[in-house]
Design a protein around this ligand. Sequence first.
Ligand code: ARG
Length: 457
Amino acid sequence: MAKMWAGRAEGATAKAADDFNSSIAVDGRMFAEDIAGSIAHAEMLAGCGIISYDDLGAITEGLNGILADIGSGALAIDPEAEDIHMFVEEELTRRIGDAGKRLHTARSRNDQVAVDMRMYLRRESGEVVALIKQLIAAIAGQAKATKDFIVPGYTHLQRAQPIVFAHHLLAYAMMFVRDAGRIGDAVRRMNVSPLGSCALAGTTYATDRTFTAKKLGFDGISMNSIDGVSDRDFCVELIGAFSLVMTHLSRFAEEVVLWTSSEFGFVELDDAYTTGSSIMPQKKNSDMAELVRGKTGRVYGDLMAMLTVLKGLPLAYNKDMQEDKELTFDALDTVKACLGIFAPMIATMKPNKANMYRAAGKGYINATDLADYLVGKGMPFRTAYKTVGELVALAIKEDKTLEELPLESYKQRSELFGEDLYDAISLSACVRRRVSEGGTGAASLEKQLRFVEEFLK
Ligand code: ARG
């Protein structure tokens, strides 16, 4: 078919060039936004006396018909079309004739693509935040059930201090709360309408950009017509926010893989979210978590690619920018798929209290508490630290825990030790006494859960 923009060139484009140039396979998903943008634009044109109300009637009816027909499947999006903007306009003109040809007055495809993207991403971002909330709810549910599951807290993946599992889980809840906030921030900055930039310079028609912006749910209009059509910083910001979601998912995924290993045995995943091995009958693999960890690389790649597409582009629009959709949509689809599988996987996992406690019992994770015991009896912390270090070395040599060392071994190192030391270093006491704000103690856990539940409202 002849191009709507045919005119200047005498020869036809090569088929290979058409295929290479086409973005319909990627941008076809924005058909509803493209049609909504066109209806608002036509209403503005009629309101400003640029087209007649008869034409507006025909355009609106035609576009609504196209929207309904794509929705019902009666109209297939033509894979040979150049992009969704041309497809809709060509189909409209086929249906209503000359009125359809008036629609493109005082706008450009550069406006359309920038408007459609913002509207599409705005809506989809809401879905990502809803998925994040589902995950946070799953985490909160597990946290409520594991407030007294004592487990080692780690640094350097070495057992460090006793905590409860709920506290560890809630750390992730806090990260995902921030992720949702970051997406909201990006959407707020993105939500201005570039419609009416008219390719780059503005227009000689007396248009009303604020009308279309309001109609399409934007908070305002872009202040500079060049900026409005030529930046894709909103894509970068959004993929950046998605990248951090993936970072947090990936760390969580890594821990799920560790926790479900026989070496840890802290957690068992529901059969619904594991796979078996084709050769080793005993295996139950955490493939969902591993895939999430693996897919994190894709989203980082999308971010890097999007930044690189933009870095050398002169103002205003360049065709390089058509790449924005493939990258942003890939990041979007990936983060949605990962959140979608992670939330039910976490909701249905079974934490193993006994195995956690067994791990907490080894590794001398109450050594800090023993030092604090001596400090409580008047010893300076550094001296207490050294004394306890020697006691840990002795316990390791004798293959004992600190609780199993006899009182006389303690007394030999300091007269400050008394029978009450054993209570002071019991794991439940260690957890209970961590009363500082934000710590693993009970009051802090309640406060964290209240914060999370408030966020979910
Ligand atoms: N399909 C194009 C894109 O996604 C639409 C904008 C085309 N504008 C142009 N001047 N060729 O970027």
